[in-house]
Design a protein around this ligand. Structure first.
Ligand code: SF4
Length: 368
């Protein structure tokens, strides 16, 4: 059993992470990544999801103009194809050698027509200039069929399937538009279809504090389900301190140490360097064309004041990709200045758990 990092080690590591900026999307990263919010509609209402989801105006394109956008409140409606294309055009102005686009929501497959249009515009874009372009779809898997999976495989889109475990492990999902049994049956069918398809995919699992000790069980689920890769996450925006944080870290260490017995399963957490969530460097284009760092959307029901503070511009007025993000250190400075003390402490606890997870991964790797 590994010795967990001390509070002093965690704080030191967090300071380093904030000073270094995002390894994934910071100034020194080789990749620039655009997240696209296709819709604010979703079949589920997960207990830990603080995105401002709504079925109001589902299927209706938001105008996407500077005048119709808001930095203060979550917009309604879906991303218009023209807004998505402008955001992709903007990404293509990046000087970085690698580019990435992540289709996000809400549930992006609820706008499959948009998925198709975005992929076509991005893959054939002249501004790519031969650069590698990684495409990823974050989904709950409820909207899949064989034809869609074939298309994703053909386009080279990596599928990030969010399912929080089999049976009781998935209890934190709250079916909203579907009866519970039907939602369960649909994601199980999605796993089977993904396994049979040629698509690249991985399972994304989030555990809330009440399930902090369930990481080894979720790892066992992944092996039973035959998934090729796994990403384990802790819920953010909720108290995750003390015993819950320790249980999460001990479970993470057990999973990473058990990996030798699961040669066919990649666990992304074994690689240090993730952003210390809830702080994250990625830039998102919202359905109204607002460009903001994703914490402004992830936490809009929990910390609504962050939307304005994390906003950098709008696709209708931005001329280049650069300049539409702040460093992690700057985001933390803005966050601390805006949140009341108890929320600042909660936010900090989350970042400290990210830094501690990074240290655990490093310790396990060093012992391997
Ligand atoms: S499936 Fe995703 S977007 Fe939908 S409620 Fe759950 S976390 Fe939120």
């Amino acid at each position: 059993m590994i010795v967990l990092p001390s509070p002093e080690q965690v704080d030191r590591r967090l300071r380093q992470m904030l000073a270094t900026d995002s390894v994934q999307t910071g100034e020194n990263a080789v990749t620039d990544r655009l997240m696209l919010m296709l819709t604010r509609s979703c079949e589920l209402r997960c207990a830990y999801c603080f995105v401002g989801l709504t079925e109001v105006a589902y299927g209706q394109p938001h105008p996407g103009t500077v005048e119709a956008a808001s930095a203060d409140s979550a917009p309604v409606g879906d991303l218009a194809p023209e807004t998505a294309k402008r955001a992709i055009d903007l990404l293509m102005t990046s000087p970085k050698p690698r580019l990435a686009i992540q289709l996000f929501g809400g549930e992006p497959t609820r706008r499959w027509d948009l998925v198709t249009a975005i992929v076509a515009h991005a893959i054939g874009h002249r501004g790519r200039r031969g650069r590698e372009l990684a495409l990823q779809l974050t989904t709950n898997g409820l909207g899949f069929d064989v034809g869609r999976l074939d298309a994703l495989a053909r386009w080279g889109v990596t599928v990030q399937l969010s399912v929080d475990g089999v049976g009781p492990g998935n209890r934190f999902r709250r079916p909203h538009l579907l009866p519970a049994a039907e939602a369960d049956a649909r994601w199980a069918a999605a796993v089977a279809a993904l396994r049979a398809s040629g698509a690249r995919w991985f399972l994304n699992v989030t555990v809330p504090p009440a399930a902090a000790n369930e990481l080894p069980a979720r790892f066992a689920d992944a092996r039973t389900l035959g998934v090729p890769a796994l990403q384990l996450n802790y819920a953010t925006g909720v108290p995750f301190a003390g015993d819950a944080a320790e249980a999460y870290l001990r479970g993470l260490a057990v999973v990473l140490e058990d990996l030798a017995g699961a040669p066919d399963l990649r666990v992304f957490n074994r690689h240090p360097g993730a952003d210390p969530a809830p702080l994250c460097g990625d830039t998102l284009c919202d359905v109204d064309g607002t460009l903001l760092q994703i914490g402004g959307v992830f936490f809009e029901k929990r910390f609504p004041q962050l939307r304005r503070l994390y906003t950098h511009g709008h696709v209708g007025s931005a001329a280049r990709w650069e300049g539409n993000r702040a460093t992690l250190g700057e985001l933390w400075r803005r966050t601390k200045a805006a949140l009341p003390p108890e929320d600042t402490a909660l936010f900090l606890d989350g970042m400290r758990l990210g830094a501690a997870s990074d240290l655990v991964a490093r310790v396990v790797a060093a012992r391997a």
